[in-house]
Design a protein. Structure first.
Length: 74
C-alpha cells in the first residue's frame, strides 16, 4: 500500500514539474516574439524621426511636432 502511495506522489510531482517547465518555455518564447516586435517598431520610429528631422528645416509644423515629442520624451 505504501508503495502505491509513493508512486502516486512521484507521478504528481513529475506532472507538476512538467507543467512548470512548460510554462517557463512559453514565457521565454513569448518574450522573444515581443522583443522582435519592439525592434521592428523602434526601427519604424527611427525612420520617421530621421525623415522628420530633415523636413523640419523647411516645414515649421514638423519642427514644432519634433519639439513637442522631444519634451514628452524627457
Amino acid at each position: 500500500m505504501a508503495e502505491g502511495l509513493v508512486t502516486d506522489l512521484i507521478k504528481q510531482l513529475l506532472s507538476t514539474a512538467a507543467r512548470g517547465a512548460e510554462q517557463e518555455i512559453r514565457l521565454v518564447v513569448g518574450v522573444e516574439k515581443e522583443i522582435q516586435k519592439l525592434e521592428g517598431n523602434l526601427q519604424s520610429v527611427k525612420a520617421v524621426l530621421i525623415d522628420a528631422e530633415k523636413r523640419q528645416v523647411t516645414e515649421e509644423a514638423v519642427k514644432v511636432w519634433l519639439e513637442k515629442l522631444n519634451n514628452v520624451c524627457y
